[in-house]
Ligand binder design. Structure first.
Ligand code: ASP
Length: 587
């Protein structure tokens, strides 16, 4: 390894074996204590922390220099490694200290806006503004190192499987992944715009037409959408595409990528990953990215209540609704009224009219007790609820019932502390090809419009029965997070044209937006398929955090700002003019 000009060791690597050696270390002063003639400085670098002492064994000038060291000064220390009189077993270097023979201050800092040591109580905005200070914390550095190791592991694995990493453009044409584009105006072509890629989808497909056979890329993608704890406007994908691939091949490859990452970075053996259909996921969990670490699965009880005299439920079912329930074990004792009210509020935000509950007993209590004896026993039998359990039930529009109860299930589990540690994976396959946009009434592609329908569904294109079509698409889910997704693609230009027309693109629009893809498909396109993993999310899971910003060196806030650099920010009028852009927001 390249040797530093002065440094002989990193702060974290000194051990009793080094006792007696003269060493030079460089780092940041994590703390500095002047105990009247004896100065202790804990010096920190990326590798760890070491105690430096300047006492009667050090020359007077060195003691004075050490006394001038303040928090987070950058310091170079030369000295002799000695065994400590009082070791600190909590520190890997805790058996030794460096008795300073020279202390040089290399850089100073004013008092810090927040402390770097230990638990950080500063709010996240302040930490993001001073990201370089926040990044000095070992926990965040550890995450960045894990991320680096993960990227290497992926590259090594993909290379061994014959995949070639190819870079694709950042200034490009819009590719639809269902989000808004980030646009870049062209200076050379007045009034024309590049889009930043939402994914390299079209380029990777064209690389298959180009005969590259197996492609991958660890790549930045850009989506202008509402952000959440697990989303960033720019994020990284492990993007994969292969020719002559079946869905099983892509899933096997992706499973191996997951196994490699979890094994090498997380030290965790991933068992066989179950495969369930989208329909099964929605039926059992209400959502298509279920957290399968715990039970509380949904049971459809529509038919059990079909003829109920409980008028609210009856009305909802008669109007074409469904009813589903899930059980909170032993919930009768532990769930308060306040909690139930909060859960009701929660499901309402998913457009479910309300949450009905009943505590199982003789008799049942709670609103569900209005059901008949027979209905209650049928529900208990179907859901497996026993005395003392709490049954939560939702009825109404199927989407609202699924979404409301589907999101409630993990929220309840988390609140009650019944989510076991560890990881649970599931593949979800056979998504619908299209769904109706409720506002416009138009069909939209559920994955993206380049996804092939299942072969048996293709004849339904253009027949008005598109809602019955299933796609050759697959998602991989870990702990309720979709960590990857992809599909077998359409490689027949006629099928592609029909799909464009199904989602309401006229021939002209299709040509304008994706003409280059249709052209490429006409020039000898192999069957192909692939997928993309959300790299940041994977690292987030592997690092055991639920905040994606913890695993990105320079993340944006949930309002898409970089608080350190101050982006986005105004630009001068001259620049805008050159780009043929006018600010319509000026007062
Ligand atoms: N381009 C897709 C995405 O970004 C992934 C894929 O279909 O390969 O979600």
């Amino acid at each position: 390894m390249l040797k530093n000009a002065r440094r002989t060791h990193t702060c974290g690597e000194l051990r009793p074996d080094h006792a007696g050696q003269t060493v030079v270390v460089q780092g940041w002063a994590q703390n500095a204590r002047d105990m009247g003639g004896v100065v202790f400085v804990n010096l920190r670098d990326r590798n760890g922390l070491v105690q430096v002492v300047a006492d009667e064994r050090s020359p007077e000038a060195v003691r004075q220099a050490a006394a001038g060291v303040h928090l987070e000064y950058v310091v170079e220390v030369e000295g002799v490694v000695q065994l400590r009189a009082s070791p600190n077993p909590k520190l890997p270097t805790g058996m030794i200290e460096i008795v300073a023979s020279s202390v040089k201050i290399l850089s100073r800092t004013p008092p810090l806006p927040f402390s770097i040591e230990g638990h950080i109580s500063a709010n996240e905005d302040l930490r993001l503004q001073y990201r370089y200070l926040d990044l000095r914390r070992p926990e965040v550095q550890k995450n960045l190192v894990a991320r680096h190791r993960a990227a290497i592991a992926v590259r090594k694995y993909m290379d061994a499987e014959g995949f070639v990493e190819v870079e694709t453009p950042v200034l490009t044409k819009a590719t639809p992944e269902g989000a808004r584009d980030y646009l870049v105006p062209s200076r050379v072509h007045a009034g024309q715009w590049y889009a930043l890629p939402q994914s390299p989808q079209l380029f990777k497909q064209i690389l298959m037409v180009a005969g590259m056979d197996r492609y991958f890329q660890i790549v930045k993608c850009f989506r202008d959408e509402d952000l959440r704890a697990d989303r960033q406007p720019e994020f990284t994908q492990i993007d994969i595409e292969m020719s002559f691939a079946t869905r099983e091949m892509v899933m096997e490859l992706a499973t191996n990528v997951v196994k490699t990452l979890w094994n090498e970075i997380g030290g965790h053996t991933v068992p066989e990953i179950p495969v369930i259909s989208y329909t099964e996921a929605i039926t059992r969990f209400g959502v298509d990215a279920p957290d399968t670490r715990f039970g509380m699965e949904h049971t459809v009880v529509t038919e059990l209540l079909r003829n109920t005299e409980f008028s609210v439920i009856r009305g909802l079912l008669d109007a074409g609704g469904i009813a589903k329930a899930f059980v909170v074990k032993g919930g009768g004792a532990s769930v308060s009224r306040k909690q139930l009210d909060a859960w009701t509020g929660f499901v309402k935000s998913y457009k479910l009219g309300g949450l009905m509950y009943g505590k199982v007993g003789a008799p049942w209590t709670g609103p569900l007790s209005k059901l008949s004896e027979a209905e209650l026993s049928a529900i208990a039998a179907a859901t497996g609820a026993v005395e003392g359990d709490l049954v939560l039930l939702g009825a109404g529009n199927p989407n609202a019932v699924n979404a409301g109860l589907g999101k409630l299930r993990p929220a309840v589990a988390k609140e009650l502390g019944v989510v076991p540690p560890g990881y649970s994976f599931v593949w979800v396959v056979d998504f619908p090809s299209f769904e109706k946009d409720e506002e416009s009434g138009r069909w939209m592609a559920v994955h993206h419009p380049f996804t092939s329908p299942r072969p048996e569904a293709i004849p339904l294109l253009g027949t008005g029965r598109e809602g019955e079509m299933f796609a050759d698409a697959y998602d991989i889910v870990c702990n309720g997070y979709e960590i990857g997704g992809g599909s077998i693609r359409i490689h027949d230009p006629d099928v592609q044209a029909k799909v464009f027309s199904t989602i309401g693109l006229t021939d002209e629009e299709a040509k304008m937006k994706f003409g280059f893809l249709l052209d490429a498909l006409r020039h000898g396109a192999p069957p192909h398929g692939g997928l993309a993993f959300g790299f940041d999310r994977i690292i987030m899971l592997l690092c055991g955090t639920d905040n994606i910003r913890d695993v990105i060196a320079f993340p944006k806030t949930t309002s898409a700002q970089d608080l350190m650099s101050g982006a986005p920010s105004p630009v001068d009028a001259g620049q805008l003019k050159e780009l043929y852009v006018r600010n319509t927001n000026e007062g």
